[in-house]
Write a protein that binds this ligand. Structure first.
Ligand SMILES: [Zn+2]
Length: 571
């Protein structure tokens, strides 16, 4: 491909609307253009990267026996009513009415459509397992689309759905997708991590997220520095601290005045103690009534873990009136003594002595409280994990926190959709049974954006070779110098004939402009042909991530570049 013939509208200035590197650089390098809020056109360069990711995905999915289909973007309401998601999905589901007054939606995901397809076609255990996938555009009407492709409303996704006859088979389907995903993200050239993810109300322990590591990532990954444990923040467990002190003390507590001191830092400052000497009492309204949750003053409650523990659908902080009704005191002065609602304590509480709690009365706290002063339902792991916590899996490890971008998510759905939509088959004894499902997603456009978040510098993108729009840029410095152009053309032709994805920058532009564009687009290898070097029969090879040049005799350059490209592919 010749640079002069390609539609690459690069931009020198940083676009104002871009908050993150991938958004900024995709606009600047001419990868994408915005059409409407959260809706983007992919331009030739960006699309080349997108197609490379898709190709890797297809190859790895097909290797595992998954089969590609293509489902429609427009979906009928009736299927969503069957799964009960027409009510539950909320405003992210873009709904509309056709000329015959039929209600429809733009698919944000395809569980309903694929379950409908399979229940109609699959009748017997002999037809199972089946794993169907597609690469298709989805639409979610996000309230705040931002970060360009990273959080857009219309987005390209690979979604796969497996249907199995029994648990062992379903587990195998899941593990095969797990393997396929590891292969996909390795082949894309990512530094990534597979983490345990929350399964929410669907249940089971089978959900993993694939996180590309990047300092700018929105997600926090908690992992152990000693063993392989890794989870997203929502899910991350915390290990128990050693032995609890024996025999709680009772009856030492005293009420003290704390005028207008409501917050943890206010109370600890006022009393001259550290926040970890306080115990927070937080009152929640839930679908199972009002509850109190106790956590050490310096820690936060993890709502997801709490909801899973108590099997709650709804969990929200109680309003001031409820707090007064339940505790007798105003917001900011709640404590566990004398409360009649069920109290759930974080396990840290077991290790606390002579701590401070609210007095359930305005401007009063209680000091030297102890476990024996009130009773709790039990001690649980319900706090947000932080770096330095003990690993929940091994003896010695400490948890560390890193940032990542979720690019893939695999999920064992179980019977959720097959039961709701009556997707059954006949087993070997002729008994009707529900299919066991799994679903497996990859944000394809997001994968390109994540690559840019992981690799960039002040000059532009640093893309892994397998998904860079081009592998090599052949760059003659002076296009009016005949010998330079001859040599450039010869190198370009040889690389092309060997299957290298190469672009030649034949533009009559200043060298600085061409170097800048090459860096901005993140082409992994640049071959520079200059008049001066040619006098000695030399051209230069430069890797995008390095500052140094390698001077190479003209005759050897193509062979060497081909070797480098092969190495970069099989890194
Ligand atoms: Zn560990």
């Amino acid at each position: 491909m010749l640079f002069s013939k390609m539609f690459i509208p690069t931009v020198k200035e940083d676009p104002k609307e871009a908050e993150v590197a991938s958004h900024r650089l995709m606009l600047r390098a001419g990868f994408i253009r915005r059409l409407a809020s959260g809706v983007y056109t992919w331009l030739p360069l960006g699309l080349k990267s997108l197609r490379k990711v898709e190709r890797i995905i297809r190859e790895e999915m097909n290797k595992k026996g998954a089969q590609e289909i293509l489902m429609p973007a427009v979906q009928p309401k009736e299927l969503w009513v069957e799964s009960t998601r027409w009510e539950k999905y909320g405003k992210e589901l873009l709904r509309f009415v056709d000329r015959n007054n039929r209600e429809l939606c733009l698919g944000p995901t395809h569980e309903e459509v694929v379950t409908d397809l399979v229940r109609r076609e699959v009748k017997s255990y002999k037809d199972l397992p089946v794993n169907l996938y597609q690469i298709q555009n989805k639409f979610r009407d996000e309230m705040r689309p931002r970060f360009g492709i990273m959080r857009s409303r219309e987005f390209s996704m690979k979604d796969a759905y497996s249907f199995d006859a029994d648990e062992p088979s379903a587990e195998k389907s899941y593990m095969e997708m797990h393997e396929a995903y590891v292969n996909i993200f390795e082949r894309c050239g990512f530094k990534f991590r597979v983490v345990e993810a929350d399964t929410g109300q669907i249940g089971g322990s089978f959900s993993h997220e694939f996180m590309v590591l990047a300092d700018t990532g929105e997600d926090i990954i908690i992992s152990c520095d000693a063993c392989g444990y890794a989870a997203n923040l929502e899910r991350a467990e915390v290990g128990l601290m050693g032995e609890a002190p024996s025999g709680p003390k009772i009856g030492l507590h005293k009420r003290v005045p704390t005028p207008d001191q409501r917050k943890i830092d206010e109370v600890s400052l006022f009393l001259g103690i550290t926040p970890d000497r306080l115990l927070k009492t937080i009152i929640y309204n839930t679908d199972r009534g009002t509850i109190g949750v106790l956590v050490r003053g310096d820690r936060e409650i993890n709502d997801t873990k709490l909801k899973n523990l108590l099997e709650l659908d709804e969990l929200e902080l109680a309003d001031e009136r409820t707090i007064e009704e339940v505790t007798g005191g105003p917001l900011g002065f709640s404590g566990p003594i004398g409360l009649t609602i069920p109290l759930y304590a974080d396990m840290d509480l077991k290790f606390m002595e002579n701590f401070v709690i609210g007095g359930n009365e305005r401007d009063v706290h209680v000091v030297d409280a102890n476990l024996g002063d009130f009773s709790v339902k039990g001690f649980y792991d319900i706090k947000v994990a932080v770096a330095g916590d003990k690993c929940p899996r091994c003896e010695t490890g400490k948890l560390v926190a890193t940032r990542g971008i979720e690019v893939g998510h695999i999920f064992k759905l179980g019977l959720k959709y097959s039961q709701a939509m009556n997707a059954t088959f006949l087993d070997s004894e002729g008994k009707e049974r529900f299919m066991i499902m799994g679903c497996y997603g990859i944000g394809v456009g997001r994968t390109v954006a994540a690559a840019i978040e992981q690799g960039n510098d002040e000059n532009g993108m640093i893309l892994p070779l397998p998904i860079a729009p081009f592998e090599v840029d052949v760059l003659p410095v002076n296009t009016s110098h005949a010998e330079s152009m001859d040599v450039a053309r010869a190198i370009y032709d040889e690389l092309l004939s060997k299957g290298i994805d190469v672009i030649m920058d034949d533009r009559d532009e200043r060298p600085g402009v061409k170097f800048k564009d090459c860096d901005l687009i993140g082409i992994p290898f640049r071959v520079t042909i200059g008049e001066r070097g040619l006098k000695d029969g030399i051209v230069e090879i430069k890797r995008r991530e390095n500052k140094e040049f390698e001077k190479v005799p003209v005759a050897e350059v193509a062979g060497r570049v081909i070797r480098y490209v092969e190495d970069a592919k099989h890194r």
